[in-house]
Design a protein around this ligand. Structure first.
Ligand code: GLU
Length: 510
C-alpha cells in the first residue's frame, strides 16, 4: 500500500450501536492496525430529526469496552478536528455551492404539495415516483428559473435544498475490495438532496464525502446497506475533482438472523433471548435493551466471536486475541455473503475465555458481583473462589450461582440430598468427623484430605457416604467442587460452624 492507511468509523448517533456496527468498527480497526495506519471516529450527526441524546456516549463507551482504540476523532482530537459533523457545519455550504456553480447540482424550491402532485401523477400512470431527470424539469429549480429569480427567492428566505443533478443514462463503473467490479446505470438513480437551508446542514452524502476527503481517508469500510449510495459517491468525487485521492471502498456483508434469512434485528434478540447491542441501553424515554457486557460476556470473547462473522482466517482455528486478529486480518478474506449470527456460538466463545482466565484476571470480574451480594472479601480469595469453579462457567453472571457457598453458609438444604444423606448412621458419623476436623492443624487441602481418608479407612466408612454428608453440611446441595477445595477455602472454624448448623437445624429422617 503506497498511501498512508486512514480509515474511519462514522456512526450516526441515532440509538444504541448494533453489533453489526461494532463489527464494522472492528474491521476498520484491524485494517488500520494491520497496515500501521490511523483509525478515526467521526460522529455523523447532521440528521437532527434522528438524533438521540446519549447515543454518542454509548458508542464511545462500547468501543472502549471492546478494546477498539481511536487514534483521531471525537473524544480524542486530531489534526482534522472537530470530528463531530454538527460542529463542522460552516464547512459544507461552500462545497454545496461549488457543485451548483460547476453544474453538478442545483437549487430546488419545490414544496411538499408540488411533489405530492407529481407523485400522484406518476402513480396514476403506473410508475414509481423518483425525483430524477424527468421530474426536475417540472419543478421550480435553478435549472428552470432565471438566475434573478433564484437569487430573489433565496434572498426573501424561501426554503431551498441543493440536489445532485444525476446524469441521465450513464454507466458508473465502480470497484469494491470485497464485491469486485460493479456497474450501475444512472437512469435508475434519483437526485439526492445534498444540503438543506431549513437547518443549514448537509445531508449524509455531502458531509460524508467532504469529510472523507478533508480527513484524507484512504479506505471506506462500511456495511453493505451503503452499497446503493456508492454510484452517487463516485460521482461526487468526480464532480469535486477529487478522483485522484478517492478512497477505496469495501462493503461488508450483512449480519443475518440465526435462521439465516434477513438482517439480524433487536426483535430476533428479544425473541430468542440474546442481546444485539454491546452494552445495556436505556433510551431517553426509558426503553431498555440488554447488552453483552451486562449479560456476562467478556469483551475479548465478544470481539473474537464478531471477528469471525464475515471474515475467516483461512483455516479451522477459532480462538484469536486482538493482536492475532490484527496480524491475520485482510479484506480479501471477508466474504460477500451474509454471516449468520449464532447465539449458542457466542456463549461457546465466552466459555472458552472464562476457562482460560487466571485467578488474578478473575478477581476484578468477580469482586463487583460479590459486593453486589453483600460479600466483602479480598481480591485473592475472590479470584481463587471463581478460579476453582471456572470450568463450569459460561458467563460471568454464573459466578455467584456457582461460588456463593464459598462465602455464605447454607441456610437451606437441597431436599433430595437431605433425604438421602441425613439419616441412619450419618449424623453420628458427621459428629465424629467434626472431631477429626477439629483436631487438624494444617488445614491445607492435601493434609485434610490425607487425614480424613485415613480416618474413613480406619473406621470402615464408605467414601461417598462421608463426602456427600459433609457436602450437605458445607454446601447444602449436591453441587460444587471437590470437598477439600471447600474445606481449605472456608477454613476450619467455618467448617465446624456449618456442621453444627446442620446438626442443630435439620432433624434426621430416622
Ligand atoms: N453515518 C453512516 C452510518 O451511520 C456512515 C456510513 C459510512 O460509513 O459511510 O452508518
Amino acid at each position: 500500500m503506497n498511501r498512508e492507511v486512514r480509515v474511519r468509523f462514522a456512526p450516526s448517533p441515532t440509538g444504541p450501536l448494533h453489533i453489526g456496527g461494532v463489527r464494522t468498527a472492528l474491521y476498520n480497526y484491524l485494517f488500520a492496525r494491520r497496515h500501521g495506519g490511523k483509525m478515526i471516529l467521526r460522529i455523523e450527526d447532521t440528521d437532527s430529526q434522528r438524533f438521540v441524546p446519549g447515543a454518542e456516549e454509548y458508542i464511545i463507551e462500547s468501543l472502549k469496552w471492546c478494546g477498539i482504540e481511536i487514534d483521531e476523532g471525537v473524544g480524542v482530537g486530531g489534526p482534522h478536528a472537530p470530528y463531530r459533523q454538527s460542529e463542522r457545519r460552516e464547512i459544507y455550504l461552500k462545497y454545496a455551492k461549488q457543485l451548483v456553480e460547476a453544474g453538478w447540482a442545483y437549487y430546488a424550491f419545490d414544496t411538499p404539495e408540488e411533489l405530492d402532485t407529481l407523485r400522484k401523477e406518476a402513480e396514476e400512470a403506473g410508475k414509481t415516483f423518483a425525483y430524477n431527470y424527468e421530474v426536475r424539469q417540472k419543478l421550480p429549480t435553478s435549472l428552470s428559473l432565471s438566475a434573478e429569480d433564484v437569487e430573489a427567492r433565496i434572498a426573501r428566505g424561501d426554503q431551498w435544498v441543493v440536489r445532485f443533478k444525476m446524469p441521465e443514462n450513464e454507466v458508473v463503473k465502480m470497484d469494491d475490495l470485497i464485491r469486485g467490479h460493479v456497474e450501475v446505470n444512472t437512469s435508475t438513480l434519483d437526485d439526492k438532496v445534498l444540503y438543506k437551508s431549513a437547518d443549514a446542514l448537509p445531508t449524509y452524502h455531502l458531509a460524508n464525502i467532504v469529510d472523507d476527503h478533508l480527513m484524507e481517508v484512504s479506505h471506506v469500510i462500511r456495511g453493505e446497506e451503503w452499497l446503493p449510495s456508492l454510484p452517487l459517491h463516485y460521482l461526487l468525487y468526480r464532480a469535486f475533482g477529487w478522483t485522484d485521492t478517492q478512497p477505496e471502498f469495501a462493503h461488508l456483508p450483512l449480519l443475518l438472523k440465526p435462521t439465516g434469512s434477513g438482517k439480524l434485528s433487536k426483535r430476533d434478540g428479544d425473541k430468542m433471548g440474546f442481546p444485539v447491542f454491546p452494552l445495556f441501553w436505556t433510551s431517553p424515554t426509558g426503553e431498555t435493551a440488554r447488552g453483552y457486557r451486562e449479560d456476562g460476556y467478556l469483551p475479548e470473547a465478544f470481539i473474537n466471536m464478531l471477528s469471525l462473522l464475515g471474515w475467516n482466517p483461512g483455516n479451522d482455528e477459532e480462538i484469536f486475541s486482538m493482536q492475532e486478529l490484527i496480524d491475520l486480518f485482510s479484506l480479501e478474506r471477508v466474504s460477500k455473503s451474509g454471516a449468520r449470527f449464532q447465539p449458542d456460538k457466542a456463549k461457546w466463545f465466552n466459555a472458552q475465555y472464562m476457562h482460560k482466565l487466571s485467578d488474578e484476571e478473575l478477581a476484578p470480574i468477580a469482586q463487583p458481583i460479590y459486593k453486589a451480594h453483600g460479600v466483602e472479601t479480598t481480591d485473592e480469595l475472590a479470584g481463587k473462589a471463581a478460579g476453582i469453579m471456572k470450568e463450569r462457567m459460561t458467563l460471568t453472571t454464573d459466578i455467584w450461582e456457582l461460588t456463593s457457598f464459598f462465602f455464605v453458609a447454607p441456610t437451606e438444604y437441597e431436599e433430595k440430598l437431605t433425604k438421602k444423606q441425613w439419616k441412619g448412621d450419618n449424623p453420628a458419623m458427621l459428629a465424629k468427623l467434626r472431631g477429626v476436623l477439629e483436631g487438624i492443624d494444617d488445614f491445607s487441602k492435601e493434609n485434610t484430605e490425607a487425614v480424613v481418608r485415613a480416618w474413613i479407612e480406619a473406621e470402615g466408612y464408605a467414601l461417598g457416604q462421608v463426602m456427600n454428608t459433609l457436602r450437605l453440611a458445607l454446601v447444602g446441595a449436591g453441587k460444587g467442587p471437590g470437598m477439600f477445595d471447600v474445606t481449605e477455602f472456608i477454613g476450619k472454624a467455618e467448617c465446624l460452624k456449618r456442621i453444627d448448623n446442620l446438626m442443630a437445624n435439620v432433624t434426621p429422617a430416622e
